[in-house]
Design a protein around this ligand. Structure first.
Ligand SMILES: NC(=O)c1ccc[n+]([C@@H]2O[C@H](COP(=O)([O-])OP(=O)(O)OC[C@H]3O[C@@H](n4cnc5c(N)ncnc54)[C@H](OP(=O)(O)O)[C@@H]3O)[C@@H](O)[C@H]2O)c1
Length: 284
């Protein structure tokens, strides 16, 4: 079986949808914290079992019969996330999985101001130390464009701290790539970068938004501390503002400047571009 964790989340919910297009539902199992929220998957014939990175026994039960396990990176901000991931890797190993996949991130490493990258790096070390073949799906950044760009449609400007080149992928493409790897005899081994074919900057977003709307959308660079002050004045907790700032700071270091064509080859088409994604945002 292919066992998927995080299937009640956005990324791996979409991964399961793509798996259903490729394999029989009876060959898919999901390990979820709240099986009630996966009722729609049980209704389609998928095995639903309760599993949490905080409960090794439940995890092992939910991973039973696994040939492959796809581990989502935890979104549990208050937890010892690396330890959670290690627990999940051990449970997958004990369940007899022959391959473990993990949703990592592009630019993973210990030398970045952006904290999640060190979590992913430590998790990849645990994977490498396990006895099971593994793949780290190093996805480019993805998520809510309005959070990345701010209210540009109202203000006519993307006013954010200075940035550098990075990859902004469509989460649906990352999910499709994961499902393709899970269902193909791919020779991937270890980390694989899943990025746009070329990196982008917020200046590119502004230029593309200008083309799509026919209005000039400005890129305004805001001083780091002024930006944190304006975010907190708008009610954003300072820790959250500084976390987001660290992402911009990490892009400036060139950490995310490299791109790779693996995502394109897995999809059999260009990944959805920033123009595609901005067009969705404008319509939506
Ligand atoms: N590359 C990027 O730019 C980027 C952006 C956003 C997030 N991420 C990372 O990628 C992951 C998946 O993204 P997403 O968009 O699908 O986020 P999401 O919708 O928040 O989903 C996160 C999933 O992780 C599960 N989870 C959290 N803690 C867990 C635990 N202790 N044990 C078992 N499962 C647990 C959640 O379970 P429940 O459904 O029960 O809550 C949820 O299904 C996130 O968790 C985050 O680490 C990466």
């Amino acid at each position: 079986m292919i066992i998927v964790t995080g299937a009640t989340g956005a990324l791996n919910g979409a991964t399961v949808d793509h798996l259903l297009e490729r394999v029989e539902p009876a060959t898919i199992g999901v390990s979820v914290r709240d099986p009630e929220r996966a009722r729609h998957l049980a209704d389609r014939g998928i095995r639903v079992r309760r599993g949490s990175y905080d409960d090794p026994a439940a995890l092992r039960h939910s991973f039973a019969d696994a040939e492959q396990v796809l581990l989502v990176s935890s979104s549990d901000l208050d937890a010892d996330v690396v330890n959670q991931h290690r627990t999940a890797i051990e449970a997958a190993t004990e369940a007899g999985a022959q391959r473990i996949l993990y949703t990592s991130a592009h630019g993973t490493g210990f030398d970045s101001p952006y904290a999640p990258l060190a979590i992913h790096a430590a998790t990849e070390e645990h994977l490498a130390a396990s006895s099971v073949p593994w793949i780290a799906l190093r996805n480019g950044f993805y998520g809510d464009l309005s959070q990345l760009l701010g209210p540009w449609q109202k203000t006519g400007a993307i006013a954010k701290p200075a940035d550098g080149p990075f990859s902004w992928v469509d989460r649906r493409d990352a999910a499709e790539a994961a499902a393709t790897i899970l269902t193909s005899d791919s020779s991937f081994d270890g980390p694989v970068d899943l990025t746009l074919s070329s990196p982008v900057t917020l200046t590119d977003f502004a230029a593309t938004a200008s083309e799509l709307t026919g209005d000039h959308i400005d890129r305004i660079i805001v001083d780091d501390e002024e930006w944190v002050a304006s975010e907190t004045a708008n009610g954003v907790p300072e820790t959250v503002a500084r976390f987001t700032l660290s992402m911009f700071q990490a892009t400036r270091s060139g950490h995310f400047a490299q791109s790779d064509r693996t995502l394109r080859s897995l999809l059999g088409r260009e990944p959805r571009s920033i123009a595609d994604q901005l067009a969705d945002q404008i319509v939506g």
